[in-house]
Design a protein around this ligand. Structure first.
Ligand SMILES: [Zn+2]
Length: 234
């Protein structure tokens, strides 16, 4: 057997183990992400309701100032009416009073509508926050379990990387470089056994002469069909 083959096969096993651990970490992350999204929907809704309530509150404050101004104006209108002596002036003053009264009535009604809307929005925000607190409570044990699992997987991952580094040191430099290059390209296995007279991955036939060299353990060949490293399993 080729001197690098044992170590290379071990390296491939180590890499498979690492890939598998990484897939499990991604699964845990996906589950955490699902929990995050569930929270985010409620959090966003509460945030939107609060922002709308704040915007309406600003409108209400502006409108309340206007109402104050118009009430002051109405006071002046009434004072002016008291002071008039001529009928024509009284008609004009009454028209002004009537106009201001109608404006005030509309503004008061708008103020009430705004207040009702603000109350609704604040209630809606509170409701979403209550729901959020409930979801947090419900998610808590699941999150704790996922965090525990993730941290265990991280430790497993670190140990697997260390083991892999140790195995890689047993492979000669040029073979390792080939292996890394193929793995980097394929993102999968780099090393395949011959299946009969052909590449175990793409089934390209390997000439007898090269197979003999491989079988004698003198070389690890690169498949001309798909570019993986090939070895004779027997
Ligand atoms: Zn091949």
């Amino acid at each position: 057997m080729h001197p690098d083959l044992v170590a290379l096969l071990a390296l491939q096993d180590d890499d498979s183990a690492i890939v598998e651990i990484e897939a499990r970490i991604r699964e845990v992350d996906e589950q955490l992400h699902v929990l995050d999204r569930e929270r985010a929907v409620l959090g966003d809704a509460a945030e939107r309701a609060r922002a709308s309530a704040d915007a309406e509150e600003r409108k209400r404050r502006d409108l309340a100032l206007k109402v104050q101004e118009h009430k002051a104006l109405q006071d002046r209108n009434l004072a002016a009416l008291d002071a008039v002596r001529k009928a024509r002036e009284a008609t004009a003053a009454l028209a002004q009073i009537d106009l201001t009264r109608r404006v005030l009535a509309q503004e008061e009604s708008d103020l009430q509508a705004l207040s009702a809307r603000i109350t609704d929005l604040r209630q809606s925000a509170e409701l979403h926050e209550l729901e959020l607190a409930e979801v947090d409570k419900r998610q808590q044990p699941e999150r704790a379990a996922l965090a525990e699992r993730r941290s265990a997987l991280e430790q497993e991952h670190a140990a697997a990387l260390e083991k892999r580094a140790a195995t890689a040191r047993r492979v000669s430099r040029d073979v390792l470089a080939k292996y890394e290059r193929i793995r980097g390209r394929q993102k999968t296995r780099a090393l395949y056994a011959l299946t009969g007279a052909a590449c175990g991955r793409c089934n390209t036939a390997i000439p007898l002469q090269r197979r003999n060299v491989m079988a004698a353990g003198r070389s690890i060949e690169v498949c001309e069909g798909c570019g993986v490293l090939l070895y004779a399993s027997a």
